[in-house]
Design a protein around this ligand. Structure first.
Ligand code: IPD
Ligand code: CA
Ligand code: CA
Length: 264
């Protein structure tokens, strides 16, 4: 596959930020860890990776704006374009030495995600998509799964952390889905959960209270891999509400029907 110049910029930025991230992961015990909030650790690695990403992305596209997890919103001279960056999705995994975390970069044009990248630097798995161009894992085209039978489906979700909202809602959702599916996983990186749906590993994924940087790239990956993404209630304001339901074309609707959309 021949990448567009924009995708090449994103890939270059991710690979550069990843080098330090992987080194720091190797020394995870020596990192100075501060606590931004309960279960939401910010590490030196996190901040360093974000700085590298912003530097590289703005070096190539100086006029674009940025929304990044740690440094917030920076308006650019070009009001149509902005990057959405999570330098480290799966911080808790990182902190505990679990090699399942990712850099996530989305590019928004006039409110629409037009390019997305999710990169696991430990496994060196690079998921990329551009609007209308399909989704790729390490240059191989990926598709959502073809599974139609809920009893064979493997879904992923996120369990709300300590001091975050949505615990009762999550329990109601599990109660509804647990008896219907083959299995439910909580791997700890929403960006990779969506990438795994795009790659056909998971048949579906749902979670609430996510942030735009967790999901911007992943939403495009799933769509470009032939899947559906909506809010849990069926709406399309995922980046605003943080509610996401992704699935292949057969199971998305079935999962939506089972999820109690009104649960607290
Ligand atoms: C978290 C991960 C996790 C999800 C949390 C997110 P972070 O992002 O995506 O899977 O359940 O809601 O906050 O904090 O590791 O960047
Ligand atoms: Ca995140
Ligand atoms: Ca993060």
């Amino acid at each position: 596959m021949v990448h567009s110049p924009t995708l090449n910029v994103m890939i270059g930025a991710a690979r550069k930020a990843a080098r330090a991230l992987v080194r720091d992961f190797g020394e995870v015990e020596q990192l100075q860890v501060s606590q931004k909030g309960p279960a939401d650790f910010v590490t030196n690695a996190d901040l360093k990776a974000e700085k590298t990403l912003i530097h590289e992305l703005l070096h190539a596209r100086p006029d674009y704006g940025v929304i990044a997890e740690e440094s917030g919103v920076k308006h650019g001279a070009d009001p149509r374009h902005h990057w959405i960056i999570d330098p480290l999705d799966g911080t808790l995994n990182f902190m505990h030495g679990l090699p399942h975390f990712a850099i996530s970069i989305g590019l928004v044009r006039s409110g629409e995600v037009i390019a997305g990248l999710v990169y696991n630097p430990v496994s060196d798995d690079m998921y990329v998509a551009e609007k209308g161009q399909g989704a790729y894992l390490n240059s191989r085209r990926i598709r959502v799964s073809g599974r139609r039978d809920m009893t064979q489906a493997m879904l992923a979700t996120g369990i709300p952390y300590h001091a975050r909202p949505g615990h009762d809602r999550f329990l109601a959702e599990m109660a509804a889905l647990m008896p219907e599916v083959a299995g439910i996983r909580r791997l700890g990186s929403a960006a990779l959960d969506l990438a795994f749906v795009a790659a056909g590993r998971f048949d579906g994924f749902w979670e609430s209270h996510l942030k735009p940087w967790d999901i911007a790239a992943g939403i495009l990956l799933v769509r470009e891999a032939g899947g559906f993404v909506t809010e849990i209630n069926g709406g399309d304001k995922m980046l605003e509400s943080g509610s996401v339901l992704a699935g292949n074309d057969h199971l998305h609707g079935a999962i939506a029907k089972l999820l109690p959309s009104s649960a607290a």
